[in-house]
Write a protein that binds this ligand. Sequence first.
Ligand code: ZN
Length: 52
Amino acid sequence: MVTLPVTIVCANCEHEHRIPERPLDRDRGGTVCPACGERGYAVRHAGLQWHP
Ligand SMILES: [Zn+2]
């Protein structure tokens, strides 16, 4: 399995982290912010910011 260097930014608290750092939320499914626990986030590739 290849892990791309993708940084994600929490939509709630703007905490920057990487996908592998996100803990799984087994109750709701998917991953959550390690800082605040919210699920929303924006993907930020190296040097490139995405606007969803
Ligand atoms: Zn957060």
